[in-house]
Design a protein around this ligand. Structure first.
Ligand code: GN1
Ligand code: MG
Length: 354
């Protein structure tokens, strides 16, 4: 049993604890009590999130906004306060823990099993964006500074290359060459943001399909989870990261790069769901959706590669070269997206007319 659960009020006594393998940063456990109640207990990685208060405050601000404005129409996870009345439990050894009640009959998928699953995820993330249309994004704290600032991600890559602390630079020549050749394009969204051409919104920033809960019977979306990275950002980040993960024909760490491509039909399905659920996007925002997919994919590849060069300090890994494999797969996907740029533009245009 994870001791931290005893610091939260639970219905019944904790009986069983099972780790849920989902996500590369935090650790997640499902706790069942002797009355059959289930809870999700999470250990927050403070190397990645040094300011846990900021993260919990962001979440409360968003929950309060949605509860008031929409009268509970947007479902949200509700964290449970500790027995001491705090939003998380500090174990005194650098660990921060939080808990919420397991949402009954919910599932989260590691990849879409049908296009309808992906459509539902698109609706969930699109609706989240739409519901937060009037949220004052500048009031959110940046839980990870410069999170989707691609310009800064290039700076971090160069720093890692310079230090070469794990002695791995010699292995990654082609990957670095590709990244450097695409720098201007990958930083375009950031420049547009700085120039005020795209609205800065409250965005989720980590829109993997496994961050949506679906109803196990109806397969309809229940709610969006993992709000740790909700921060001021661009709608293209949320659209793009979801495509990177969910519309790929292969796993995030696929080693057979011939298998890695953008699935055009899944791209279309997600675009449709996202646009329908979020009619508030500006024309410019719609126009840059394909660029968002490319940017998020390339940036994610760059982050995996930077972490590989740094000796795997950020993302958890199951085997030594996993970050390298993840980086290579993301860069292969970014290349395929470049080939399909016109097609992606056409699909966004077609789906916008509907
Ligand atoms: C991390 O932990 P998880 O899987 O929800 C990461 C995302 C990456 C993703 C890549 C805080 O998310 O930014 O896109 O891995 N989260 C953070 O799979 O860095
Ligand atoms: Mg997650």
């Amino acid at each position: 049993m994870k001791e931290a659960i005893y610091h939260f009020p639970t219905d019944g006594n904790p009986l069983h604890c099972e780790q849920i393998k989902s996500g590369h940063i935090n650790e997640t456990y499902c706790i069942t009590t002797d009355t059959g109640s289930r809870y999700i207990l999470q250990w927050i990685n403070q190397y990645v999130f040094p300011n846990v208060n900021a993260l919990m405050n962001n979440m409360s601000a968003i929950s309060a906004f949605l509860a008031k404005r929409e009268k509970g129409k947007t479902a949200m996870i509700r964290y449970i306060d500790t027995l001491e009345g705090k939003s998380f439990f500090d174990d005194g050894h650098g660990g921060a823990w939080r808990a919420y009640r397991f949402v009954d009959h919910s599932i989260c998928l590691q990849r879409p099993e049908t296009p309808d699953d992906f459509y539902e995820c698109a609706r969930a993330f699109g609706h989240f964006q739409y519901a937060l249309n009037d949220f004052p994004a500048e009031e959110l704290e940046e839980t990870i500074v410069n999170f989707h600032n691609t310009v800064d991600r290039y700076r971090q890559l160069r720093e890692a290359m310079e230090a070469d602390s794990a002695g791995r630079l010699f292995e990654v020549g082609p990957e670095i060459a590709y990244l450097l050749s695409r720098e201007e394009k990958a930083c375009r969204l950031h420049r547009m943001r700085e120039a005020g051409e795209l609205p800065v919104r409250a965005t989720h920033n980590d829109t993997k399909i496994n961050n949506v809960l679906l109803d196990e019977n109806t397969r309809k979306a229940i709610c969006v989870i993992d709000l740790d990275t909700v921060m001021p950002g661009l709608s293209a980040f949320d659209f793009g990261d979801a495509i990177r993960f969910g519309a790929s024909t292969a796993a995030e760490d696929e080693t057979d790069l011939k298998k890695v491509a953008l699935d055009e039909e899944l791209f279309r399905v997600f675009t449709r769901g996202f646009l329908r659920a979020c009619p508030s996007l500006t024309e410019k925002e719609r126009e840059v959706m394909p660029l968002g997919a490319f940017t998020m994919t390339l940036e994610c590849g760059m982050r995996f590669l930077t972490d590989y060069l740094n000796g795997d300090k950020y993302f958890s890994i199951d085997y030594p070269t996993q970050n390298l494999d993840r980086a290579r797969a993301q860069l292969a996907l970014a290349r395929d997206m470049e080939k399909k740029e016109r097609l992606m533009e056409l699909i966004v245009w077609e789906e916008s007319k509907e």
